[in-house]
Design a protein around this ligand. Sequence first.
Ligand code: GLN
Length: 292
Amino acid sequence: MTVGLTPHSVEAAIRWAQMALGSAGIDGARAEARLLLRHATGLSAERQVAAPDRCLDDQQASSLTEAVKRRTRGEPMAQILGRREFWSLDFIVTPDTLDPRPDSETVIAAALARLDSRDRPYQILDLGTGTGCLLLALLSELPAATGVGVDIAPETVRIARLNAAQLGFADRARFIVGDWTAALSGQFDVVLCNPPYVRTVDIDGLSREVALYEPRRALDGGDDGLAAYRALIPGLRHRLSETGLTVLEVGAGQADAVSGLLEKAGFAELLRTADLGGIERCVSAIPDKNSD
Ligand code: GLN
């Protein structure tokens, strides 16, 4: 349902947007209506509440109408707003980047828990960096660290660079186009990765926000969901310093299989960390000194 928006007061606009979103089956329609109104008008939630009678101009009304229309078609909020918060940092999001998810904050927490000191000049590598969220969030906690983010898609790398610049990390983060570790030499102290891990057959069963609008290459883990781990884990050890740490995000139920791949590739001291939903969300490991 997308009739035009009239009359144009803030309160009427919120009610109209809430109704349109609600009848499209969207949960939390009122909260989303307020966010979309802020997007269309620049009015903060506080100002929306303080001035319900304020009038939208035509341009603001048509911008809200357009945003609501996109949302009712299933487009994710992050893509409409162009932003998403991760680790309390504000990331630019586009259709070329996987929307940063709260689950992935587990990777940051797990890395921080295993690093000895926050002040060392760690060199960090983030494979399949997307928005750059893992690398930039970790840099925000490690003031002397520097890092490289790799992504296969040039357009995605462009967004990651923009994120580094707008968050103030341009001097500590570099982003390059590459296929996992193939374009890299040298060794890193920390290697992070949130690879695509959804089984191909399961993608269409995900919410339409994900299945239709998120980059498939960031989701598709092949027949059993593990194809990316098989491609990247064998090359991982060579990119890690002897005292290095790797932290890999995994999908629900994949921790055993990914742990097995890591052990086979010469990693030890494997540790699993659960996300806030209690699902084992990442596996971390260090090089096994007894294997080469
Ligand atoms: N967590 C994402 C989802 O299921 C998948 C992201 C990924 O494959 N790395 O929506």
